[in-house]
Design a protein around this ligand. Structure first.
Ligand SMILES: NC(=O)c1ccc[n+]([C@@H]2O[C@H](COP(=O)([O-])OP(=O)(O)OC[C@H]3O[C@@H](n4cnc5c(N)ncnc54)[C@H](O)[C@@H]3O)[C@@H](O)[C@H]2O)c1
Length: 431
């Protein structure tokens, strides 16, 4: 959904004179105006009193024009170095294919910028480790795009864990079924290519869930996995399943495919006292009294969550439910919210996207001089787990942690290496 930059009253030092709690308005530039660009541009919109999308760069002039027309980006470049050279840009987002991240992150850091690097941090664990080593010269200046850590249901789960409500972790079940229509995987030119994306459904999609698992359960000690290319015309895997053992003893199973007829995302994290269910929030506990206690504690800790108030009666409740469903930034939803609002119900404010929550945490950190959230170091374990899943799937063996440069997949999987992967019961490989 497009938005128009509204003029803000800004003085010559770049300080906002109106409606900006912390004063400084940061300039932001995005390198890469492909699919994820829209989520970034829309995610920044509610924060426009604190950060402004000033420039975009892309090798492809058509994509650049589309982005700038749609989001009214004042400055566009086909050479990212021109964007990095601007003094009015404080933060640079890298939204290009994974194998380009290392070079672009380092160039942006050298240009003195804060950096938001899209996931995965890099296309191989080796490349990620080079970025991490370089971070010693730029401490706290890079955030990696694991915006799902800022999802309200995940934050509630972490809060309950940290306050001892869930008990020791026992089990996790993480599942993401995606429907990729037509050529949406192969058509990008890079999706599923080992030397560009570093993998398929595991590295490019499920890495979000792998990061969440580690975020919730802690360090991994062992993984056993299978992966295959069952349907898509891509080099790497479109389907996988894995079992993971964590250092605290808990076990998680996880799976994902991009070949599903429709999309479904489901996470369950089970503690000895209670279980949490995400992304749609659920909390379960056999002891009803304890469950009420937990819900009361959550209501105190997260006062902004909950359902909108209905006016009165069944009609009011129905209208409030409609408004709740219409939350979001889409143009059609905004128009419909207004229409429903005209018939006497005050619309609930739209929920911020996970990207907005992530950007807000980044701006808060910059304002207070803290390291940016989701550092490359904290994003590494998910890369390590991806690599271990590939190593296990290719060898048919369990893989023990930690992984280092001695692992066969540390420098990435090759197309030939994947072709020779372990296949079940001696059956011939499927691709
Ligand atoms: N956080 C999320 O939920 C999420 C979702 C989708 C994609 N992503 C990540 O975002 C990144 C981009 O994915 P996408 O789906 O938008 O890809 P895309 O192919 O749609 O867009 C990438 C763009 O980068 C441009 N580009 C490539 N190299 C460049 C360079 N050196 N300088 C300038 N522009 C360059 C390409 O021309 C293209 O327009 C990937 O790392 C991907 O994994 C993250």
């Amino acid at each position: 959904m497009a938005y128009r930059l509204e003029p803000l009253e800004i003085n010559r030092l770049g300080q906002c004179l109106e409606g900006c709690p912390m004063g400084k308005v940061y300039g932001l530039g995005i390198i890469g105006t492909g699919v994820i660009f829209d989520s970034h541009a829309n995610g920044l919109e509610p924060l426009k009193s604190r950060v402004r999308l000033i420039a975009a760069a892309d090798l492809d002039p058509k994509r650049l024009k589309r982005a700038s027309d749609r989001y009214f980006v004042p400055h566009t470049y086909t050479d990212h170095r021109a964007l990095l050279g601007r003094d009015d840009i404080d933060i640079v987002t890298i939204a290009t294919p994974p194998s380009t991240h290392e070079v672009l992150v380092l160039e942006a850091l050298q240009a003195g910028k804060y950096v938001i690097c899209e996931k995965p941090l890099a296309h191989t664990l080796e490349s990620a480790d080079r970025i991490i080593a370089e971070m010693a010269n730029y401490p706290g200046k890079v955030a990696v795009g694991f915006q799902q850590r800022f999802m309200p249901s995940v934050q509630k789960a972490v809060w309950l864990r940290d306050h001892g409500f869930l008990g020791d972790w026992q089990y996790g079940l993480f599942r993401r079924l995606s429907h990729f229509s037509g050529s949406s995987a192969s058509g990008t030119g890079w999706w599923g290519k080992w030397d560009v994306s570093g993998g398929g459904v595991v590295m490019t999609q499920f890495i979000h869930e792998l990061d969440l698992m580690i975020h919730l359960f802690g360090p991994v000690v062992e993984v056993m996995a299978m992966a295959d290319t069952l349907h898509q015309d891509i080099e790497s895997e479109d389907t996988f399943g894995a079992t993971i053992r964590f250092a605290n003893g808990a076990i998680a199973t996880c799976c994902s495919t991009i070949n599903a007829p429709s999309s479904l995302v489901m996470y369950e994290a089970v503690g000895a006292q209670a279980s949490v269910h995400m992304p749609t929030w659920g909390l379960r506990c056999a002891d009803g009294h304890r469950l009420r206690e937990m819900n009361a504690a959550l209501a105190d800790a997260f006062p902004e969550s909950g359902t909108p108030k209905a006016s009165s009666g069944a009609v009011g409740r129905f209208k409030a439910k409609v408004l709740w469903k219409l939350q979001g930034a889409g143009a059609a939803k905004k128009v419909m919210r207004k229409a429903v609002g005209l018939v006497g119900i005050r619309p609930a404010p739209p929920e911020p996207s996970n990207h907005t929550r992530f950007f807000q945490a980044i701006l808060d950190a910059i304002d207070s001089g803290e390291p940016l959230p989701v550092s490359p170091q904290s994003a590494r374990p998910a890369m390590e787990l991806c690599t271990a899943i590939y190593a296990s799937a290719l060898s048919g063996q369990p893989v023990l942690f930690p992984l280092d440069s001695s692992n066969a997949c540390y420098k990435g999987v090759t197309t030939d290496g994947y072709r020779q992967r372990h296949s079940y019961a001696g059956q011939s490989n499927l691709v």
